[in-house]
Design a protein around this ligand. Structure first.
Ligand code: PEP
Ligand code: CO
Length: 456
């Protein structure tokens, strides 16, 4: 019998496999029409950018770069708004500045944005007062309101999602090309409320130190480092609704390969990572770097099949394993995972998502995460990779540039009781602006300390 990696692949071959978490579209003609339209529309990203990201990820795989991947758990169509997009970009740029300074490595910036519109759900239906309707699966599928019309999956939303993704990335690109991400002007990234942040001074000290470094370099080299220091920015989302991904999958003759051009780096969620499932089937045929969320339920054999199926040629930077074990399980699970992958002889980029294994319900019933657990998981990840002779290549976080109260802890000591004040997420709790910056500062600081200890 042929193993899956030796069977013929095409952008629709996933349809022959069991597909978890897919909307059931009643109007098949409308679905085919939406997919046909999407297939004709221009791509959101191009293969050169995807290849550049893969090369940068190959460097992260060798420990020479660090990936910062962050954004909302789910984007909503309503959040396609200039202020919110700019805020999210600002916090990611601030974090990356702090990380570059502290880790002494270039940072790869990847937003969970411009397509992060679909969510896996624990049940296909939801029942309220004896009425059962399809679950809300994100704005690209249906509407959150609990009425039969709102909950009916609508194929036209695939097109609305594509448009919003394009509008979002268009704005981000214009900001970056216009100089927004220029390291000479970190003041562009100030968020109104930063003035009150407990990290104001520490952040300003780093900004001043980067400015000094730039000035020194420009003085001795007698030229501006403008262009080379302009931040690149990539987009990523969970490749969940496969009709959307399929429609934007293109064969690029110059590269002689297939690419998903809806985003630079799609990832497979933990609930859809079955080896014989549709998501793995779809992702094994595209040339993009692909992420896979890794949890405690995945044994060595499963991990090894993922590695050999998704990156059979062992291309550096191609496969990104995003582990999300939780602070309490990472010490037992991660060493085994590293060992299992090593036994395949294939390389991967290891990323830690310290959010999804640390979700709990607060006393008031709200979903939350404790800052201390998030930090602890990250510290353990870094330590375990170092002890195993592996590299932690980056971090994957859910965050917002807004001043929300969804995760507890951090320097301001947000408590359970504070959560109600500004809890805006309809899905997972995100780090707010201050907690995100604090996390970057702490990663940078701990890294400096351990670097110095190793030097001694
Ligand atoms: C997510 O990233 O929002 C998510 C659902 O993660 P996971 O697949 O790891 O549970
Ligand atoms: Co989430």
């Amino acid at each position: 019998m042929k193993t899956p990696e030796h069977q013929a692949w095409n952008p629709t071959s996933w349809q022959t496999k069991p597909a978890q978490q897919q909307p059931v579209y009643r109007d098949q003609a409308a679905l085919l029409d939406a997919v046909a339209q999407l297939s004709r529309l221009p791509p959101i990203v191009v293969s050169w950018e995807v290849e550049k990201l893969r090369e940068e990820l190959a460097e992260a795989q060798r420990g020479e770069r660090f990936l910062l991947q962050g954004g909302d758990c789910a984007e909503s169509f309503e959040d396609c708004d200039s202020a919110k997009i700019a805020q999210r970009l600002k916090i990611l740029l601030q974090m990356s500045l702090v990380l570059t300074h502290g880790l002494k490595k270039p940072i790869i910036r990847v937003g969970r944005m411009a397509g992060q519109y679909a969510k896996p759900r624990s049940a296909d239906t939801e029942t309220r007062d004896g009425v059962t309707l399809p679950s809300y699966r994100g704005d690209i599928v249906n509407h959150a309101e609990f009425t039969p019309t709102a909950r009916e999956p609508d194929p036209l939303l695939l097109l609305r999602g594509y448009e919003r993704a394009a509008l979002t990335l268009n704005f981000v690109r214009a900001l970056i090309d216009g100089g927004f991400a220029d390291l000479h002007h970190p003041e562009y990234w100030d968020l109104g409320f930063v003035g009150h942040s407990p990290f104001k001074l520490e952040y300003e000290r780093i900004v001043a130190s980067v400015a000094d470094g730039l000035e020194f370099f420009e003085t001795i080299s007698a030229k501006e480092v403008h262009q080379s220091l302009r931040a690149d920015f990539y987009a990523s989302h969970e490749a969940l609704v496969l009709h959307y991904e399929q429609a934007q999958t293109r064969f690029i003759p110059r590269q002689d390969r297939w690419y998903n051009l809806s985003t630079h780096m799609p990832w497979i969620g933990m609930r859809t990572a079955q080896i014989d499932g549709a998501h793995v089937e779809y992702c094994r045929g595209i040339s993009n770097p692909v992420g896979v969320k890794i949890g405690t339920a995945m044994d060595a054999a499963w991990l090894q099949r993922l590695v050999t199926t998704l990156n059979p040629q062992n291309i550096p930077g191609k496969l990104v394993l995003i582990h999300r074990f939780g602070a309490k399980d990472i010490e037992t699970a991660l060493p085994k995972a590293i060992q299992a992958v090593r036994a395949t002889g294939h390389g991967v980029v290891w990323i830690c998502d310290p959010m999804h294994g640390n979700t709990e319900t607060s006393q008031s019933g709200l979903k939350t995460r404790r800052f201390e657990n998030i930090l602890r998981e990250l510290e353990l990840a870094s330590q375990i990779h170092r002890d195993a002779g592996s590299h932690l290549g980056g971090v994957h976080v859910e965050l917002t540039g807004e001043n929300v109260t969804e995760c507890t802890g951090g320097a301001r000591g947000l408590a359970d009781l504070d959560l109600q004040r500004a809890y805006k997420s309809t899905v997972d709790p995100r780090l707010n602006y201050e907690q995100s910056l604090e996390l970057a500062l702490l990663i940078a600081e701990r890294n400096r300390v351990s670097r110095e200890a190793r030097r001694r």
